[in-house]
Design a protein around this ligand. Structure first.
Ligand SMILES: C[S@@+](CC[C@H](N)C(=O)[O-])C[C@H]1O[C@@H](n2cnc3c(N)ncnc32)[C@H](O)[C@@H]1O
Length: 591
């Protein structure tokens, strides 16, 4: 098991095996338990769908479950979205976890499906209560160092691994099989006094009344791409204005691919936009521009919507009424979780207008290097250290594979040197991938929230036509300037000298300065004091026991938690700790 939980009393598992809805009623109790329902991956018709029966049973009997009960649904994102839409008024959304499949599910004409979804809802309203659980580091099979490069921050990490994220790739699941590893993990994760038992119901092999059995995934029926319908829009354009106003001027069925990365209504600091609307007002506005995007899209073509999983369920519930659900791509965008369970993935919701066309890139054998690179991914656990990549390239290692719908190889832009003045700039690799997947050369890409221009710049680099709409004049001008740079041969995504002013939300920064003593040295000094006195030192104790002036701590760090970060953990090594030959010898002798 590749995890380690702190201070837990492992929950006992009560396994109902193949279940009927009647089995749920047997577990009505005042105790708070963790209930896990393994479900078919695809919803059948409403009257035959077991998830509807389960949801009905739960919503009619919520009073028969303890106050802290958790309800976990193991299925596809689509089935779990349907479940959440029905339960959102009575239960609290906690997490949507993507768990890698042991085998990808191939889909002709479309990228393979590669994960199951574990939706966790609670009866209580507060944030999820769970144990502190760490996932073990993984090591690159070539250089034997951790998959991620921790640079100069090794002293801030735990020797065992990182805190858990909401994408689990260290354990896998095969649909319909007994989810042993998942149950094992949940019994540790929820091994708190609060919960009594882990109760498992297996509905995964549930057969519908007309006996179709388990349907493993979407069976898409494709239409032939009608290449004769050329775009009416012949020139690429950047537009400064409100997207709803300008979308109205675009003729119906003229765009080959729509992508939207809207404001998430999470109080981000945008230039001209109030990112703090009433929830219903926000979704009403979203439904309007989503309808417009679907109107301008050509039949058979794709819309991709980027958002956090919770908000994506609302988009899903709107789009599913009239359009074809294609995929729920998981983009794991953070390299290191730092909180208890760190939500680290975004959803890229894919719908098509009517029956979809087959993805052009999957059958095109004349892709450019940039296109080929953007739809390949580094295999699980290979590191991204430059010297290791160079070694692999020189020695012809096959460390890349075609992508699936679980993306872990694209990180948000972290270095200020590559950021421009926009608070939510996307990484170009993400847009290169989406544009390559869903369009061909010369086709038209539309982004109604173009921001700093990532989408349109990538479209231009890939020789696609583009239409980018942006409300803020300064972001619009920034995108214009970057397109001009691109046309004069400057890489708009390259390193820059100026440091950007825009931040996602207000984050106090300490001013850049020359350190008399490095921050690492100061943090390790705190660790020494901690080891002497047995608790996190106060400022007074650091003045009394430390060898460096307190003013360094005040000037170099944002807060006391950062000062004490190394004392709270054990520190880690990037190289795999292997037993020396001497040790192995002595082990052999013992056995
Ligand atoms: C999440 S950001 C998009 C960032 C973009 N993907 C990038 O990489 O730079 C959303 C953008 O939508 C813009 N925006 C907000 N409301 C808008 C509207 N009604 N019409 C057009 N743009 C709008 C905001 O100014 C912001 O730049």
């Amino acid at each position: 098991m590749a995890h380690q939980s702190e201070d837990i009393i492992k929950l006992d598992l009560l396994d109902n095996g193949i279940s009927s809805v009647y089995d749920i009623k047997k577990h009505f109790s005042k105790d708070s338990n963790v209930l896990i329902f393994s479900l078919p991956f695809i919803g059948q018709t409403k009257s035959e769908n077991v998830s509807y029966e389960i949801v009905k049973c739960l919503s009619e009997n919520l009073q028969n479950f303890g106050e802290n009960t958790l309800f976990c649904f193991l299925s596809s994102s689509q089935v779990n979205s349907d479940i959440y839409i029905q339960l959102h008024e009575t239960l609290t959304y906690q997490l949507s976890i993507a768990i890698k499949l042991s085998e990808r599910i191939e889909r002709d004409g479309y990228i393979p499906s590669n994960y199951a979804n574990l939706l966790i809802l609670s009866k209580y309203k507060s944030s999820l209560k769970h144990s502190k659980t760490r996932i073990a580091y993984t090591y690159c099979p070539v250089c034997d160092k951790t998959t991620k490069d921790y640079g100069g921050k090794k002293h801030l990490y735990h020797s065992y691994g990182t805190l858990m994220s909401d994408v689990w790739r260290d354990i896998t699941y095969s649909h319909g099989d007994y989810p042993r590893d998942i149950l094992e993990r949940l019994s540790d994760l929820f091994g708190l006094d609060l919960y009594k038992k882990l109760i498992f119901f297996d509905f995964s092999r549930y057969k519908s009344k007309n006996n179709k059995g388990v349907i493993r995934d979407n069976q898409l029926s494709f239409i032939i791409n009608n290449k004769a319908t050329d775009s009416i829009i012949n020139n690429s354009q950047l537009i400064n204005g409100d997207c709803l106003e300008h979308l109205k001027n675009i003729p119906e069925s003229t765009v080959d691919f729509c992508f939207a990365d809207p404001p998430y209504n999470l109080s981000k600091k945008y230039d001209t936009w109030n990112d703090n609307l009433e929830t219903e007002e926000y979704f009403k506005w979203c439904n309007n521009w989503i309808d417009e995007l679907m109107r301008v899209l050509k039949p058979g073509r794709y819309l991709a919507l980027l958002n956090i999983p919770l908000l994506s369920t609302r988009y899903y519930s709107h789009l599913i009424k009239n359009h074809t659900f294609i995929d729920w791509i998981v983009w794991e965008s953070l390299s290191m979780p730092v909180r208890m369970i760190m939500p680290s993935h975004y959803t890229i919701l894919i719908f098509s207008k009517g029956s979809p066309i087959k993805l052009p890139s999957l059958s095109n054998n004349q892709l450019t290097d940039l296109e080929l690179d953007s739809i390949a991914t580094t295999k699980e656990n290979y590191c991204i250290r430059n010297n290791c990549i160079n070694f692999r390239e020189k020695n012809n290692y096959t460390y890349k594979e075609p992508i699936s719908n679980l993306w872990w190889d694209i990180h948000r832009i972290k270095h200020n040197t590559r950021r421009v003045d926009h608070p939510t700039q996307l990484p170009p690799k993400l847009m290169h991938r989406l544009i390559t997947l869903f369009t061909e050369k010369n086709e038209l890409v539309l982004d109604p929230f173009n921001g700093s221009g990532t989408t349109t710049l990538c479209a231009e680099q890939l020789n696609r036509k583009f239409l980018g709409i942006e409300k803020s004049t300064s972001y619009y001008e920034l995108s214009l300037q970057r397109h001009n740079e691109l046309r004069t041969g400057i890489d708009p995504f390259g390193k820059r000298d100026n440091s950007p002013k825009a931040k996602n939300s207000y984050v106090p920064r300490v001013k850049t300065q020359n350190y008399v003593v490095s921050k690492k040295e100061l943090q390790l000094e705190i660790k020494n004091i901690f080891n002497k006195i047995g608790h996190i030192p106060t400022k007074e104790e650091v003045i009394e026991l430390g060898k460096y002036p307190i003013k360094y701590y005040k000037e170099y760090f944002l807060n006391w938690a950062e000062v004490c970060a190394a004392a709270r953990t054990t520190g880690m090594q990037e190289a795999r700790v292997v037993k020396s030959e001497k040790n192995i010898d002595s082990q052999l002798k013992i056995f």
